[in-house]
Design a binder for this molecule. Structure first.
Ligand code: ASP
Length: 441
């Protein structure tokens, strides 16, 4: 039995927390391979080491030398090593790292040093080998080269009973360090799990798994015991921030379950994420609710749009030419809407896109709605339960909220509802109450 354990930033934040990691690993000999994040925040208002490193990259670009931000990084690693009482040459490693950063101040390289240093210290604490992710996780054309990475990780870990692998980064075809997007150590953990054929990928974090909705909006929402990979993808893409939304791809190919666990409450059972084949829904209609604010909807109307071949294609070409991706595209016979993250439309991009769409498809009407929030109601249970959408929309109506947009994925796994930003919290509360309130299923 092999378990791969990934520990997030809070678990790595200081020596005390890292000792918890040691205990967790000692409690189960199957926990053989460990993937680590850079140290995160120790308390509210503290900085994540990764953020300090991005700051370091800016400092070095401006002055040619590491400055205050790197000094803070260094002092965190020094105190962790001291707290752990390790006989480890941290000063030498830090000055070597500072010189390497001054030679290569690219944001990716500098940011990756958080996981690199964290991995070195963890390996020293556990007295097991350290694997530099740059040698085993490879990118090609800007994307993960999965087959090559699996083979290299497998080769590097062959014959090692236990090892620590640095999360978050790898190396591209030109030999330069490249990172995943933020939170990417989750992806590294999944790659290692897939490469060694683990039976379980344990993702240790600072919460006891997924909750049915955002606890900042609803106090003490119920926890989710089990999710399918598909439900996870929907929820994490829509803002449930427990796991990187790309972390499932490597493990999904090999049906490796993930378990989200809490380093600070290791006895909690957390959330299991399972392939659909092994997933037994617990009878609930809705598994979870997630959402995000700040979308823009471009609404187009044109008589006989249905018969106009290539209409959507022409609009999408305009978006593609601006490098803008769309989230949803609800349509009617003579109407079509494009829902886009407002971030992508800043600095005049929206106005330019609208003008080009006007020229490309000559719509009868074109409206732009800004400040829209999207709410995703997710659950396999919805496709076998009659009346789910009626319940959903009645609940939203009772809350006095006007629905601006509806999109139901063809898998019937989710229903997306668009409301004004200002009504978002009210809508989440109403929907939660409807499907999870006392006595509901
Ligand atoms: N340290 C990186 C970040 O803060 C990656 C990670 O923690 O997964 O995004």
């Amino acid at each position: 039995m092999i378990k791969v354990c990934k520990f997030g930033g809070t678990s790595m934040a200081d020596g005390m927390n890292m000792l918890r990691i040691k205990k967790i690993l000692e409690a189960d000999p199957a926990r053989r391979y460990v993937v680590v994040s850079a140290p995160g925040k120790r308390y509210g208002g503290d900085s994540k080491v990764t953020d300090l490193l991005y700051e370091t990259a800016r400092e070095v670009k401006e002055t040619g030398h590491v400055g205050d931000a790197f000094a803070r990084v260094a002092s965190r690693f020094r105190s962790t090593v001291r707290e752990l009482g390790l006989d480890f040459e941290i000063d030498a490693l830090l000055s070597e790292t500072a010189s390497a950063i001054e030679r290569d101040p690219s944001a990716d390289f500098v940011a990756s040093r958080g996981e690199y240093l964290a991995g070195r210290v963890t390996a020293a604490m556990l007295e097991i080998p350290f694997i530099d992710a740059r040698n085993v996780i490879k990118f090609a054309n800007g994307r993960l080269d999965a087959p090559r990475s699996y083979a290299l990780v497998r080769e590097a870990l062959k014959g090692l009973r236990r090892a620590v692998v640095a999360g978050f980064y790898g190396e591209d075809e030109n030999g330069r360090v490249k990172t995943f997007s933020r939170g990417g150590s989750d992806v590294s953990g999944a790659i290692v799990a897939r490469a060694v054929g683990a039976q379980l990928y344990e993702n240790w974090t600072d919460v006891s798994g997924f909750l049915a909705c955002d606890p900042r909006i609803v106090a003490n929402p119920v926890g989710i015991d089990a999710l399918s990979y598909k439900e996870l993808r929907e929820l994490s893409y829509m803002g449930a921030n427990v796991l990187h939304s790309e972390a499932i791809f490597p493990v999904r190919e090999a049906d490796i379950p993930i378990r989200i666990l809490n380093t600070f409450r290791p006895e909690d059972k957390g959330t299991a994420i399972l392939p659909v084949s092994k997933y037994r829904p617990d009878g609930r209609t809705v598994t979870g609710i997630a959402g995000k604010k700040n979308f823009t909807v471009i609404y187009l109307e044109k008589s006989l749009m249905n018969a106009e071949i290539g209409f959507a294609h022409r609009v999408l070409t305009v978006l593609a030419q601006h490098g803008v991706s769309f989230e949803h595209m609800p349509s009617g016979i003579d109407t079509m809407s494009f829902v886009i993250d407002s971030e992508e439309l800043k600095d005049g991009v929206l106005e330019q896109i609208c003008e080009e769409i006007r020229q490309a498809v000559r719509p009868d009407k074109m409206n732009v709605f800004a400040d829209i929030a999207l709410l995703a109601v997710v659950g396999h249970g919805m496709n076998r339960t009659v009346g789910t959408s009626a319940r959903l929309f009645q609940a939203i109506a009772r809350a006095g909220v006007n629905v601006r947009m509806i999109d139901q994925g063809s898998s019937e796994l989710n229903i997306i509802v668009g409301v004004d930003n200002e009504n978002y919290d009210r809508t989440v509360k109403a929907v939660y109450e409807e499907f999870f309130g006392r006595g509901c299923a």
